[in-house]
Design a protein around this ligand. Structure first.
Ligand code: AMP
Length: 314
């Protein structure tokens, strides 16, 4: 099988130029935004893009704008050389890796407006300051961002949607790929694209799991062996909830309690367990139409999320 290394572009103007030249040849661009430290979950999105688009761009950028000052930006894992090797090994490869240094640095503009001011010390950028000089524009999806992860991570989706908007404006893709692992994120991006009339198709891809069921995540590497074992309580209880629903248990309180007990029993700290309607993400009390069961829980210092869709048990 032919493999080739991707072209690495670090400059946003060079990226836009590349995309426009490709489009002028009548080719479609598939785009996979990531924060790097790639695993099979990311690579499944790349393979999907290779199927649906003529060329594929993968971005690798750890976005400071979506981390609050207390979150794990400074310890977020990275391995750029390893990422390039993994992308090169995908059959057909990827065409471009967009790896910008800082997407909030606008230099000194004509009116003397400088680049972003940042909070955080020791060179570890923790969060882009809102309302400072430089970057002060944020894209918010006001309803969908409120629940689930938005409750405990109040600046997270503002940061995600803003960086995805910026990336869409730089890469100008035809189709972009998001994992259902980050279910709320996928739904929020879909809504943003619809509401702001981006001419970009959003594809949601199925969750890729380790053989034992743990949803793949760049953060899994920070779990100890013992924590990793205990974290299996998340995927195990989600699968159980789906099986119970298939057997006729439609009471969401009962299902959520079962999941909470499993996770707490494995020494996890539950952030939330919610059963919500698949598009509106509104909580439901009884399963009557397609829902998704969403979980966020801490094992040690690592916050994990996972979910399972339940459809067709009306
Ligand atoms: P991240 O690098 O964590 O920002 O993720 C980049 C993209 O990969 C997002 O669209 C994620 O939803 C997706 N992704 C991450 N983990 C998985 C997984 N286990 N299965 C499917 N997609 C994933």
């Amino acid at each position: 099988m032919e493999t080739r290394g991707p072209e690495v572009i670090r400059d946003k103007e060079a990226m836009r130029k590349w995309s426009r030249s490709v489009r002028s040849q009548g080719k479609t661009i598939g785009f996979v935004p990531t924060m790097g430290y790639l695993h099979e979950g990311h690579l499944s999105l790349v393979r999907e893009s290779r199927k649906l688009a003529d060329v594929t761009v993968v971005s690798i950028y750890v976005n400071p704008g979506q981390f609050s000052p207390t979150e794990d930006l400074s310890t977020y894992p990275s391995d750029f050389a390893g990422d390039l090797a993994k992308l090169s090994a995908v059959p057909g490869g990827v065409d471009v890796v967009f790896h910008p240094k800082n997407l909030y640095d606008y230099g000194v503009g004509e009116e003397g407006v400088t680049g972003s001011r940042r909070i955080g010390g020791g060179g570890a950028v923790s969060c882009v300051e809102n309302g400072g000089l430089g970057h002060e524009t944020w894209v918010r999806v006001e309803g969908l961002e409120k629940g689930l992860c938005g409750k405990s991570r109040p600046v997270f989706f503002r940061g995600v949607v803003t960086i995805v908007t910026k990336l869409f404006n730089i890469v100008e893709p035809d189709v972009a790929f998001f994992g259902k692992k980050d279910y709320q994120q996928w739904r929020i991006i879909q809504r943003m694209v619809r509401d702001l009339d981006f001419g970009i198709k959003i594809v949601g891809s199925e969750i890729v799991r380790e053989q034992d069921g743990l949803a793949m995540s760049s953060r899994n590497v920070r779990l100890s062996a013992e924590e990793r074992e205990k974290a299996l309580s998340i995927s195990r209880s989600l699968a159980k909830a789906k099986a119970f629903a298939a057997e006729g248990q439609t009471n969401c309180t009962e299902l959520k309690d079962m999941i909470i007990q499993e996770i707490v029993g494995a020494s996890g700290r539950v952030d939330y367990v919610e059963i919500v309607e698949q598009e509106s993400l509104e909580p439901v009390e009884k399963i009557k139409s397609p829902v998704v069961v969403c979980v966020a829980a801490w094992f040690g210092t690592v916050r994990l999320i996972d979910n399972i869709e339940i459809s067709g048990f009306a």
